[in-house]
Design a protein around this ligand. Structure first.
Ligand SMILES: Nc1nc(=O)c2c([nH]1)NC[C@@H]1CN(c3ccc(C(=O)N[C@@H](CCC(=O)O)C(=O)O)cc3)CN21
Ligand SMILES: CC(C)C(=O)C(=O)O
Ligand SMILES: [Mg+2]
Length: 277
């Protein structure tokens, strides 16, 4: 399995880092088989697998439950788990306790936290406790209420300067990598050039040191809203729909189950059922 220092080397060698989200055992298996560099158990699971309309409802228990399944499916891939909304603000000692629990119960290799500001202190605290931390700036979905929707961030010079400063502070706090979400690609280039740690972009252009996409978005799995940056690499939703419709039709018209789907009893056994009478 790759380690944090491998990701630094990949950046130095200009080798792109590939990250994909996964929320369950089969998805993790597929991701590991495809040789992605990192798997993220994102709190986006609230939206794509639990049917919530934001990531705000997702709990620490939800994250642990899904992360354990992902770890079982991908034992040899670097695993990052999102700390969910509300689990790392407030008392920093509580945040550390929760982080330790998430690491121990899931077998994660790192945790991801959104934002800078007060969160910088928590990043430092976790890193000092030996927990690798991935930072996350730009569109930070856990603050959707404050940001006023899922909008591109850092479009003005002032916002961009703030983001660059925050990125440097995350690195200084000890973050091993930085996710940049929904920002202009030119800003991604500036930040990536300024940082030693790798940037991993989502809706942030090709200049990031790596890319991350949501599993269900890139495969068109589910009927949730798909952001414009999520290219379609396959359409499994179409296959799933056709498959279930085919099953429904076959049961209704009696063509399923066919003989090859049935178990048989020997004739002599069958006759004996009545033979005893
Ligand atoms: N399925 C899914 N994919 C994601 O990438 C994702 C989630 N869920 N949930 C958590 C966050 C929220 N994300 C989102 C969600 C929507 C947009 C979106 O619709 N953006 C608009 C652009 C808005 C603008 O113009 O400022 C778009 O049209 O894509 C972006 C990021 C990214 N993350
Ligand atoms: C979009 C990625 C970066 C994420 O945080 C998630 O999937 O929750
Ligand atoms: Mg997330």
């Amino acid at each position: 399995m790759k380690t944090t220092s491998d990701f630094l080397k990949m950046k130095q060698n200009r080798e792109k880092i590939v990250m994909v989200t996964a929320y369950d055992y089969p998805a993790a298996k597929y991701a590991e088989e495809a040789e992605v560099d990192m798997i993220l158990v994102g709190d986006s699971l609230g939206m794509v697998v639990l049917g919530y309309d934001s990531t705000v409802q997702v709990t620490v228990e939800d994250m642990i439950h899904h992360a354990k399944a992902v770890r079982r499916g991908a034992k040899d891939t670097f695993l990052v788990v999102d700390m969910p909304f509300g689990s790392y603000h407030g008392d920093p000692n509580e945040a550390l306790k929760t982080a330790v629990r998430m690491m121990q119960e899931t077998g994660a290799d790192a945790l991801k936290l959104e934002g800078a500001g007060e969160v910088l202190y928590v990043i430092k605290k976790l890193v000092q406790a030996g927990i690798p931390v991935v930072a996350h700036l730009g569109l930070t979905p856990q603050s959707v209420g404050v940001l006023g929707g899922y909008k591109v961030q850092g479009k003005t010079a002032e916002q961009a300067k703030n983001l660059i400063e925050d990125a440097l502070r995350c690195q200084e706090a000890g973050a091993m990598a930085l996710v940049l979400e929904c920002i202009p690609h030119q800003l991604t280039e500036i930040v990536s050039n300024k940082l030693v740690i790798p940037t991993i972009g989502i809706g942030a252009g090709p200049e990031a040191d790596g890319q991350v996409l949501v599993f269900h978005d890139l495969l068109r799995y589910g009927n949730h809203h798909i952001p414009k940056f999520a290219k379609e690499f396959a359409n499994v939703g179409e296959h799933i729909q056709k498959g279930i419709e085919g099953y429904t039709k076959s049961v209704k018209d009696g063509s399923f189950p066919a003989p090859e789907h049935c178990f048989n009893m020997k004739d002599e056994e069958l006759f004996s059922i009545y033979g005893g009478k």
